[in-house]
Design a protein around this ligand. Structure first.
Ligand code: AMP
Length: 460
């Protein structure tokens, strides 16, 4: 199937050709005709599948007829984060190049004066985060009764971030006669309930998340202990051909600690988490996109959904609590036709979470044992603790009565740690060289469609 078979107008097709897309991705192939038919669409797809173009392209077509009135946007897109909202606005600019569209971006952390001026003249496309939107509605600076298409992007993320009550308030202000498009990476019962409430007979289009990363991302686990995590990670980064990488932590506190540690060890690194000011977040992302920083330590909330096309590696410093987050995290690499590698550090308390991930992805993640070090003993349950007065030691040291075999293993583990330290001292140079890889090894995106985008899409 080609883009010209989907019913899009000439202007949009010209813009697509200029961007260099040759064939539509499965979600685009199925969603674009349905959106053009003005059906409600429920898209179950994660970022990296081409879902943003799947809704922006037909919207640009729909908007080619008619004009916006003052304070009354014709379409509304709600996005959970400022970064995602910005990316969506960039797509409208790119794909709407040959069509005169007015657009406003309402995101927290940036001055509203300019956006309000644009709004007062009337906009075709309004892209907003829920908080900023509520703010403006409450002040009567915007009227939503002319919205013809409403998009709720990353609905599951909205749920995670506690935005659903805000979203419901906004939807209550929309006209009943409208088209609703809802996108979510997962189909949780809460999302199903939302779809039922907001949509009329939606067409469901699903891209299986378990499959969509498998083709292009090689996944590994590396065993470690709590104390050795940072050291193992540094070793791993120096030994792998890291061009640039995202490193995920479960807690903001750990993002800061890891960032400081990398800085101390001379790495080119930046941190990204939800508590940072908008200006700082934008600056950090731009520097990372432009290759000025090579490592980005981040939390899930800050990073999910961002389109950072050149990430060669993803490192899971912590095993994510929700298996879905693992899919999102590793989806940051292996994008746009390139090969990516994803590593996850595993301690003795992570096996349950690892099993949940493997169950969800339907595949066993191979251990990269040459980087693994001795794990801590498994945590002792409360009952057992009461019987023994001794606290389990978090280190790899042995108790008096351990067998010789075990002692030998520990000795070897100690040697491994020592050799890691030694390699690390030597390794600074290797890393600096490896972050500028042979350009011939990087596959450009364009004519060749990424394999994961070619998967079968179910439609019901
Ligand atoms: P998204 O899932 O919207 O985050 O898109 C992921 C990446 O795929 C972005 O870098 C898009 O520019 C790219 N992309 C979207 N549609 C296509 C297509 N039909 N062919 C090639 N690349 C695409």
């Amino acid at each position: 199937m080609k883009f010209c078979d989907l019913g899009l107008n000439e202007n949009t097709l010209r813009a697509i050709a200029e961007v260099g897309y040759e064939t539509p991705t499965p979600i685009q192939e199925k969603a674009i005709p349905e959106i053009l038919k003005r059906n409600d669409v429920m898209g179950i797809a994660q970022t990296g599948t081409g879902k943003t173009a799947a809704f922006t392209l037909p919207m640009i077509d729909i908007l080619s007829n008619g004009r916006a009135k003052a304070l009354m946007p014709r379409t509304l897109i709600l996005s959970p984060t400022r970064e995602l909202a910005t990316q969506i606005s960039e797509c409208f600019q790119k794909y709407g190049k040959y069509q005169k569209l007015s657009m406003a971006l309402l995101i927290g952390g940036e001055s509203m004066v300019e956006q309000q001026k644009i709004l007062s003249r009337g906009v075709d496309v309004l892209i907003a985060t829920p908080g900023r939107m509520i703010d403006l509605c409450d002040r009567g600076r915007i009227l939503l009764r002319d919205v013809q298409v409403f998009v709720l992007d990353e609905a599951d993320r909205m749920l995670d971030m506690g935005f659903i009550p805000d979203v419901e308030k906004i939807v209550a202000k929309l006209p009943m006669m409208r088209q609703t498009l809802l996108f979510s990476a997962t189909m949780l019962p809460e999302i199903k309930a939302l779809a039922k409430k907001f949509m009329k007979f939606p067409v469901e289009i699903r891209v299986d998340p378990a499959m969509s990363t498998a083709d292009t991302v090689e996944q590994f686990i590396v065993k470690t202990n709590e104390r050795g995590k940072r050291e193992v990670l540094r070793h791993l980064i120096r030994e792998e051909e890291v061009q640039n990488a995202m490193i995920f932590c479960n807690r903001k506190k750990d993002v800061d600690i890891l960032f400081k540690s990398f800085t101390k060890h001379g790495f080119s690194v930046a941190a990204l988490h939800g508590d940072m000011a908008q200006g700082q977040r934008t600056e950090t992302l731009t520097a990372f996109r432009e290759g000025k920083t090579h490592l980005l330590v981040c939390s899930d909330v800050a990073a999910r959904g961002l389109d950072l096309p050149d990430v060669s590696h993803v490192f899971n410093f912590d095993v994510p609590v929700n298996p879905e987050d693992y899919i999102h995290r590793i989806g940051r690499t292996g994008r746009a036709g390139r090969k990516g590698r994803a590593f996850m550090l595993i301690t003795s308390s992570d096996f349950k979470a690892l099993a949940a991930i493997e169950k969800m992805t339907g595949q066993k993640i191979e251990e990269m044992s040459r980087f693994s070090i001795q794990m801590d003993p498994p945590a002792i349950s409360k009952n057992k603790k009461r019987k023994s007065s001794k606290r389990p030691k978090p280190s790899i040291k042995l108790k008096e009565n351990e067998t010789d075999v075990k002692k030998e293993k520990v000795k070897r583990a100690d040697q491994t740690v020592a050799s890691l330290k030694k390699k690390e001292r030597k390794g600074q140079k290797t890393f600096k060289q490896s972050i500028f890889p042979d350009p011939s090894k990087i596959k450009a995106f364009g004519a060749s469609m990424p394999a994961f985008m070619k998967q079968e899409v179910k439609i019901s």
